[in-house]
Design a binder for this molecule. Structure first.
Ligand code: PEP
Ligand code: MG
Length: 736
């Protein structure tokens, strides 16, 4: 490989050496060219005139079969095989024994390496392994672009084995383009061969040990409370300790590879196997093995496991199996153009955070990690739930045009800024924003929103390495209020637990975290934490109007208890001579259905109520909001949920309690239309949705819609969505 001469010379020498070392009569190397064609590039033993002449399609003959399925073929008597394609120009008739392996790099087939023997003979596993290892080294020669022009290579990459469009589910609308950054990137291996296998084995051992202890650390950190993560980590640990896997790596090292190359070699084999497996469970385990392999490579390189730092491309699309909201925030959002998840669902917090950042997201993109390599160009089409991998120029042009159109539409929406949020029948609607980061607050000005309907205080907590003290929180809340410039801000107390975990927070072995110790339950059990947060909020709000609400309240008694803690803090401030807030309004999140049956006792105690439709849907239908299998199973526009909302409108109206809704539902024009139809007049949404919703409501006759909806609530259907969509179409309601 490192010898002198052209790449072709070196390849010629390589096939000669292989034939010699493996006592074969023939050794040939086929290289993939554009159009899924395998071209004979070098041979010893076959007719040399056939070089650069013999070509076969992927799938054609035995060589094409190896490429098509990315798997070795070993035959004692090749000519008798039904797939044997006789090529007279090669003069290969006298050869019986046949062993061919794919030349794989980055999960893609780049060619085929074959040896042949005159005699009929069976090849043992060791020989197959050896040829695979050599093929891996040959792959390096093939991909550097000396044998085949690198422009053709990229064309080859587009065509071979990989579809260029991946379907998923839209988790946030919008379109973004950029190069792929894999959340667990593969490292590039520089040194392929090593002289001292013992030293490499020792390096492997050390890396395996350090990887195991890091995984154990993660397991301790995850605890058992987040069952999904815990399960993944348990599997990791099992896979990482898999003796067969480690033995295969050791064998590859003994064949002369560096530890890194050996790990990679086994992974290539694994990726090829994965392409053959349809069983989702086994695929999952193989995917875990890929993850583990990347970890092991990182330990071998002595690099940190989460490779979010470093130099990110200027415009990139993040690709991950799944992601926590804090992990997303690790990436530089100014360069982040889109997010693609192999899993993920619309109400998961990572999707919510991505929405706040206006990043298009496609979730449940099957196999995306296998199909995409670092720096592949990607288009994330969040509007239609699809991802284009290395799209051709014409597709890129279509999306560039659509991005430009979107920008023009945004410019049109800007005109809406000056117009009031009033329906056609004169109903005033308050439109507010959901915020969680300081960067969200400038949107108050750009949208002209009426305030912050939900300030998720947990997001700043989630992105810190340790629990923020009162002073830090005070600073944060003060900035929020300053930025809000007198507009109301509904601060929600810490809502962690479930899928929102804090890196420094003790984890518990909960079987159902969504039904477990979370939100106000933690606050009431750890009152000093809640008190500190309330103290910081009250201090920040000195002399101003302060609005505080409690999340996940299930009983009036819980609200009363939380309110008492708040009163204690108010008194504490007063006693300490601090100026208190000019006015204090206290609200409750309506997320747990049990609270619906305590309204008579609850409403007299609260100043405002905000429906958390994300959790309400989850608890009303017993349907995990983060579980991709449950995605779209139940609908927010179901008669059940809409009836709940209608009832709340009536009860809150009677009690004089302001009712708003701050779940993702308010961010979607059709859903928001339904909210106006049930009588809601305060909606809180993510900033990117603001003008679409405003445009919708200005084209709506709310009274007319309410009358129409009155005929629908009793229908025995899963969802009223089709009826509402038809109404919008018939009545010229603008849905964006
Ligand atoms: C909700 O549940 O709808 C809500 C707004 O709260 P979160 O999404 O933060 O749980
Ligand atoms: Mg909630």
């Amino acid at each position: 490989m490192a010898g002198s001469g052209s790449a072709q010379d070196r390849l010629d020498k390589i096939v000669m050496t292989i034939a010699h070392e493996m006592t074969a009569d023939v050794c040939s190397c086929y290289v993939m060219r554009a159009g899924e064609v395998l071209e004979l590039f070098a041979t010893i033993g076959l007719n040399p005139d056939a070089v650069h002449k013999t070509r076969m399609r992927v799938g054609e003959g035995l060589i094409g079969d190896v490429a098509a399925h990315s798997r070795p073929i070993a035959l004692a008597n090749a000519p008798s095989h039904p797939n044997f394609a006789y090529r007279p120009e090669t003069g290969e008739d006298p050869f019986n024994g046949f062993l061919a392996v794919p030349i794989v790099r980055g999960g893609r087939v780049r060619g085929v390496l074959a040896i042949q023997h005159k005699d009929r003979r069976d090849y043992d596993e060791q020989e197959v392994e050896t040829l695979q290892t050599i093929a891996m080294i040959v792959a390096e020669l093939v991909v550097v672009g000396e044998l085949v022009d690198s422009r053709e290579l990229s064309l080859v990459n587009d065509l071979v084995l990989l579809p260029s469009r991946v379907e998923g589910t839209s988790l946030n609308r919008g379109v973004g383009m950029g190069v792929a950054v894999l959340h667990r990137p593969q490292l590039t291996i520089r040194q392929m061969v090593a002289d001292d296998p013992e030293a490499e084995l020792a390096r492997l051992k050390e890396a395996v040990t350090s990887m195991h202890s890091a995984i154990d650390q993660m397991l301790i950190a995850v605890g058992e409370s987040d069952s999904e993560h815990a399960e993944i980590m348990q599997t990791y640990r099992m896979v990482a300790a898999d003796r067969g896997w480690l033995n295969r790596i050791r064998e590859a090292i003994r064949s002369g590879l560096t530890a890194e190359a050996a790990v990679q070699r086994v992974q290539d084999d694994n990726s090829a196997r994965m392409a053959q497996v349809a069983d989702p469970y086994i695929r999952d385990r193989l995917l875990d093995l890929n993850d583990i392999t990347n970890r092991l490579l990182q330990h071998l390189a002595g690099k940190p496991v989460v490779a979010t730092g470093g130099t990110l491309p200027d415009e990139f699309v993040l690709v991950a199996r799944n992601l926590g909201p804090a992990e997303l925030l690790d990436y530089d959002r100014r360069r982040l153009r889109g997010l693609v998840l192999e899993e993920g669902s619309a109400y998961s917090h990572v999707a919510i955070v991505a929405r706040a950042l206006d990043i298009p997201v496609v979730g449940q993109a099957a196999d995306i990690l296998r199909r995409v390599e670092p720096l592949d160009f990607l288009i994330v089409d969040g509007d239609n739930g699809q991802v284009f991998v290395r799209p051709a120029d014409d597709i890129q042009a279509v999306f560039a045009a659509s991005l430009a159109a979107r920008q023009r539409r945004q410019a049109e929406y800007a005109r809406l800024l000056e117009l009031p949020a009033v329906t056609r029948d004169g109903q005033d609607v308050k439109l507010m924003l959901n915020c969680g980061l300081l960067i969200d607050l400038p949107h108050l000005k750009t949208t002209g929103a009426d305030g912050v309907g939900l300030y998720r205080t947990e997001i700043p907590f989630m992105v810190r390495p340790s629990y923020p003290d009162v002073a830090t929180q005070f600073e944060n809340y003060s900035k929020v209020l300053e930025e809000a410039g007198g507009l109301p801000v509904n601060f929600r107390t810490l809502d962690v637990g479930g899928d929102k975990t804090l890196p420094y927070f003790p984890e518990l072995g909960e079987e159902n975290p969504a039904l477990g110790w979370r939100a106000i339950r933690i606050g009431l059990d750890r009152p000093s934490m809640l008190r500190k947060q309330l103290r910081a909020m009250l201090m920040a709000g000195a002399g101003r109007d302060v609005r505080i609400m409690f999340p996940m309240v299930a009983t009036v008694a819980e609200f009363i208890q939380a309110r008492r803690i708040l009163d204690l803090e108010v008194k504490r401030l007063k006693d300490g001579g601090h100026p208190g807030p000019a006015d204090l309004k206290v609200g409750v999140m309506m997320e747990v259905p049990a609270l619906l049956f305590q309204l008579d006792a609850l409403l007299p105690l609260v100043d405002f109520m905000s429906v958390g439709s994300n959790d309400m849907l989850q608890y009303l239908f017993a349907s995990d909001r983060g579980n991709p299998m449950m995605n779209n199973r139940y609908d927010l526009l179901s008669p059940a949920l809409l009836r709940v909302l209608k009832m709340l409108v009536e009860k809150c109206g009677e009690a004089g309690v302001t009712l708003s809704l701050c779940g993702e539902m308010a961010s979607k024009p059709l859903d928001a239309m339904a909210l106006l139809g049930v009588g809601m007049r305060h909606l809180s949404m993510s900033a990117p949705a603001f003008f679409e919703v405003k445009s919708m409501l200005r084209s709506l006759h709310a009274g007319d819609l309410a009358a129409y909806m009155d005929q629908l609530y009793h229908l025995p259907v899963r969802s009223l969505r089709p009826y509402l969509r038809a109404y919008a179409a018939d009545h010229g309601v603008r849905l964006g």
